[in-house]
Design a protein around this ligand. Sequence first.
Ligand code: PGA
Length: 240
Amino acid sequence: MLIAGNWKMFKGPDETREFCARLRARLHNLEGVDVIVCPSFPSLHDAVGMLATTEMAVFAQNTHWAKEGPYTGEVSPWMLKEMGVGGTLVAHSERRQLFGETDESAALRIEGALDAGLHVIACVGETEEEREAGETESVVRRQVDAIRTVVEDENLDRLAIAYEPVWAIGTGRTATPDQAEEVHELIKRHLDVPVLYGGSVKPENAEELLGQPDVDGALVGGASLEVESFAAICEAASRS
Ligand code: PGA
């Protein structure tokens, strides 16, 4: 099981240090779960330092694809690797919806991050309109195919997919366990890597979602911002 907390644009370095100290104490004897936190760029260094002596990993929320170059405002995956960051999210739906991320740019980022030696959690998921139009399967397949084309077989062990239905993110509306399982099963038929569910995962619904056969973990937004709720989800994962 893998539980990743996506902090989005919350928690600067001070709050990050405090959170990591409490999380470390809270989860020190948790077994059977890989725990990841994904802070904003300015907080990565503190998170890496605070969690260095633990099994927990720190991932970025995004990355450029190039090693270096004239790309003002961008961050290279090689720089992330150098600072001890273990991996990165790519193509979160907020990147797709608000910042022009496409299947093509997502593929470049995934390729660059894997080349740099990072792990990748690549996000896919349909919008509400797409689900209502019966397009969930074709949209998710298209997104997964775009990812598949750039990942060499030897790098597959550093890739996970997060299925995050856009209508369930930050809305309090969660996919039912059956809805999640159906799409996870579809993704795994195309690409045999761990598939995390994301979208309003909370301590109250984690156990049921994580109990589905093809749900290998969760990407948690809102509920990852408090130590108690994030730790409770990690504990639910260790029981699943
Ligand atoms: P949420 O966010 O858990 O707040 O719905 C999930 C995500 O955006 O990764």
